[in-house]
Design a protein around this ligand. Structure first.
Ligand code: PSU
Ligand code: MN
Length: 303
């Protein structure tokens, strides 16, 4: 088994059966620009702590798997040019390790390594999905949710995606979608996609009960707990949809596709919305960290 390098706080929490929340690193290297990426990663860790759990940001540094990063390591990763860091879903993890290079884990990559580390709760912004106009560009996140038992707390899938198709794939793959204080699947930058979820839950305790039932059944798939972006920072759905359509057309014209697609669209949408999409992105990441911390704590009390 490949060695996992645990941050001492994370190691201690796991040994003492205290709640831990995994966090991804692609959002740091490919999701937000420096220095907002580092600030957001650090504030998300703080939010997890306020929720009552120990944060464990996961990344590969010089070919070594780290479960929990120091402030310096987050800063170091956040300053790396994108081309120095492998964007690691399942298929890229052995490449980054074998080449002893840096790797930032996506939702898929983070689920795999969190599970290996014994962490079952993971908070992020949004999962990948089916790309608009490219029904065969399906994020490896969806596949991973069908095969790795980790609960992912997020604000749904980014609205740059084909959300109805994404929802269908999740359904086929047997991934339960819980709506945290909502009846609708959130659409990342705004609070609702108009698509339904499987069940509404009101608090962390209710989420923990369902996660525990899932674990007790030894099901091998993941779970999604979707939390809408906080009201104050939510984007107007019409405004954001216009920006998405414009950015998508431009990406098409520029021939951007595959793994470059998500980072390219996200940064173009920040420009087109004068930074409003970034404020929403940061607010929801922080809020999801807090909610995940509370869920992890409730789950610890149950088990
Ligand atoms: N959410 C963000 N920014 C991001 C991502 C999510 O706000 O950069 C990343 C996540 O790591 C997610 C990945 O797993 O984008 C999906 O990429 P792809 O569509 O290539 O699978
Ligand atoms: Mn893709």
């Amino acid at each position: 088994m490949t060695k996992l390098h645990f941050h001492s706080d994370v190691q201690e929490a796991i040994e003492n059966k205290q709640p831990v929340v995994a966090l991804e690193s692609t959002v740091i290297t490919h999701g937000l620009p420096y220095p907002q990426n580092v600030e957001t990663a650090v504030s998300m860790e703080t939010a997890v702590k306020s929720g009552g759990a120990t944060p464990a940001t996961i990344a590969i540094l010089s070919g070594e798997i780290h479960i929990g990063l120091t402030r310096e390591q987050i800063e170091y990763l956040g300053k790396q040019p994108q081309e120095n860091v492998h964007k690691c879903s399942r298929r890229n993890i052995p490449i980054a390790i074998g080449k002893k290079e840096h790797g930032a884990t996506t939702v898929a990559g983070t689920m795999i390594l969190a599970h290996q580390a014994g962490i079952s709760i993971f908070a992020t912004g949004g999962i990948g999905g089916v790309h608009r106009g490219h029904p065969f560009d399906v994020s490896a996140d969806l596949q991973e949710l069908s095969r790795t038992p980790v609960a992912v707390i997020c604000s749904g899938a980014k609205s740059i995606l084909d959300l109805p198709a994404t929802r269908e794939v999740l359904e086929t793959n047997g991934v339960p979608i819980l709506g945290y204080q909502t009846d609708m699947l959130p659409s990342f930058f705004s609070r609702s996609s108009g698509l339904s979820i499987d069940i509404r839950i009101e608090d962390a305790k209710e989420a923990a009960n369902i996660i525990q039932s899932h674990q007790a059944l030894s099901l091998q798939n993941g779970l999604l707990i979707t939390v809408p972006v906080p009201e104050a920072e939510a984007c107007d759905p019409v405004m954001i949809e216009q920006a998405i359509q414009k950015a998508t057309k431009e990406a098409e014209a520029a021939g951007v596709h595959g793994p470059e697609s998500t980072p390219w669209l996200l940064s173009r949408i920040v420009d087109l919305t004068n930074g409003q999409s970034m404020r929403a992105n940061r607010a929801l990441l922080q809020n999801n960290g807090f909610v995940a911390g509370q869920i992890a704590q409730s789950l610890t009390k149950l088990t």
